[in-house]
Design a protein around this ligand. Structure first.
Ligand SMILES: C[S@@+](CC[C@H](N)C(=O)[O-])C[C@H]1O[C@@H](n2cnc3c(N)ncnc32)[C@H](O)[C@@H]1O
Length: 320
């Protein structure tokens, strides 16, 4: 592929950053590893499979909301903006917006380098009029745009309820960074998963085909490959539970036996039943999320919901 309308910026986290995060996380009590490390090439492919599972309502619900309201979104946001998508992944949902928004530049950012590169290249061929600057970056460390982009109103698109992966305090900080990125008069269009029945939530994160389990366990495969660790996959099992009080799904990898694991010369002991906490996914009511975004300097413009109130797509502007 040799589309002329794409540039790739590579700020992929270094092996040392990955190692430091894993060693620090495994030293914690209870152990935890940031969910960004799910996403190597295989992790991104497994996530794409998750989005098509019958139990995983968020993707199809959010997609339906975006399709039903694409015209309304375009009316609010207008055309000709610089559209930035942190965690763009396969860049699937942006297709719904591109014709209506007709951005002058699209900047997908993602930690999963090869997956992002391929998705952005495909998009560049499909939309030859669109200038694309794809940036492989860890958006929790670098929230900045590539240099020398055209002027224009900035719109951040953050779908998939990825905001739920942050604890609420960190979510405010992250949203504040987005507000800084889009600047005064800029927009944030964000997908936020809503609080709902525990059984629906737990099924979405523990599907009957076991794809989410493979996705969770792939974290250990990634660590073994990149950091030379010796996790034995058969000694770990996937667990997802909804903590109603905290309003969050927790994903864990549970040690099925007493064992030791070696990572870069350090040994970690795990008792049977002990777990590594691998992801949180916070759920909000639409109003709770508006309050959170207001703390970060946003004003709510509009909330779109599906008929069953499973998911919300929300539009904010930066307070002036
Ligand atoms: C839950 S998936 C959502 C994908 C897509 N936006 C969607 O709505 O379906 C999270 C995406 O964010 C990326 N990601 C996760 N943590 C990241 C980080 N710290 N920096 C950059 N990208 C990250 C992953 O590679 C993945 O593509």
């Amino acid at each position: 592929m040799n589309a002329h309308n794409i540039q790739f910026h590579d700020l992929h986290p270094t092996r040392n950053e990955f190692l430091d995060d894993v060693l620090a996380g495994l030293s914690r009590q209870p152990a935890s590893i940031p969910p960004k490390y799910f996403y190597d090439e295989r992790g991104s492919k497994l996530f794409d499979l998750i989005t098509r599972l019958p139990e995983y309502y968020p993707t199809r619900t959010e997609t339906a909301i975006l399709k039903a309201n694409a015209q309304d979104i375009a009316t609010h946001v207008g055309t000709g903006s610089l559209l930035v998508e942190p965690g763009g992944g396969s860049c699937e949902k942006v297709h719904i917006l591109l014709e209506g928004l007709r951005p002058c530049v699209y900047v997908p950012m993602d930690i999963s380098r090869d997956h992002l590169r391929l998705a952005a290249e495909e998009l560049a061929i499909e939309y030859p009029w669109l200038e694309i600057h794809a940036a492989c970056t860890d958006f929790t460390r670098h929230m900045s745009l590539p240099a020398a982009l055209p002027e224009g109103k900035h719109v951040a698109f953050f779908p998939g309820s990825s905001i739920g992966n942050f604890d609420p305090g960190d979510a405010v900080e992250f949203l504040r960074a987005i507000a800084g990125l889009v600047g005064r008069g800029g927009y944030l269009l964000i997908g936020v998963d809503l609080k709902k029945d525990k059984a629906i939530l737990e099924a979405a994160y523990d599907d009957s085909a076991g794809v989410t389990a493979r996705f969770n366990l792939n974290l250990l495969v990634h660590i073994n490959r990149e950091l030379g660790a010796d996790f034995v996959l058969d000694n770990w099992s996937h667990k997802a539970l909804y903590d109603e009080q905290r309003g969050r799904i927790e994903m864990h990898l549970v040690s099925t036996t007493e064992q030791t694991v070696n990572v870069a010369g350090q040994t970690f002991r795990f008792a049977a039943g002990e777990s590594i906490h691998t992801e949180n996914s916070y759920k909000y009511s639409a109003d709770e999320f508006i309050q959170l975004a207001e703390q970060a300097g946003f004003i709510s413009d509009k909330v779109w919901l599906d008929a069953n109130h499973l998911f919300s797509v929300q539009l904010f502007t930066v307070k002036s």
